[in-house]
Ligand binder design. Structure first.
Ligand code: DQA
Length: 148
């Protein structure tokens, strides 16, 4: 079984570091991705990172992950709260997905309380900022099993 995982970030997360830093912190997406690759190394996981602002592209990448990656860490950004299509893509590929949010979505506006991703994810981590991606990778490594 492959020890490769995909860290997938959705819309507006390319602006991390400068986007509402009081909510999302000052860590950039490049910092997050470097941290994920380094965390992966300690867990015996090969980590590939991708980001898109487009729903269709995210769906295509989820489809392509089947047979290539053993699981996905996903921050779908605002599509979390709207995208039945991303939910269906995850259900279709039958890969373990760990959902991540930098902010605690349950402390925020009511429209952020619903997550379509949570309905098909193994679990969800929110509120820990960029550190949440490390927790998610550890959870995914545990789920995949057969670690280093
Ligand atoms: C987010 C939370 C979403 O509600 C928001 O639309 C985002 C980022 C987070 O990481 O906290 O874009 O997913």
């Amino acid at each position: 079984m492959t020890r490769s995982v995909l860290v997938l970030n959705g819309p507006n997360l390319n602006l991390l570091g400068t986007r509402q830093p009081e909510v999302y912190g000052r860590t950039t997406l490049a910092d997050v991705e470097a941290m994920c690759i380094e965390t992966g190394r300690t867990l015996g996981l090969e980590v590939a990172c991708r980001q898109s602002n487009s729903e269709g592209t995210l769906i295509d990448w989820i489809h392509e992950a089947k047979g290539v990656h053993a699981g996905i860490v996903l921050n779908a950004g605002a599509y979390t709260h709207t995208s039945i299509a991303i939910m269906d893509a995850i259900a279709s590929v039958e890969l373990p997905v760990v959902e991540v949010h930098l902010s605690n979505i349950h402390q925020r506006e009511a429209f952020r309380h619903l997550s379509y991703i949570s309905k098909v994810a193994v679990g969800m981590i929110c509120g820990f900022g960029a550190f949440g991606y490390r927790i998610a990778l550890e959870a995914l490594a545990n789920r995949i099993g057969g670690g280093a």
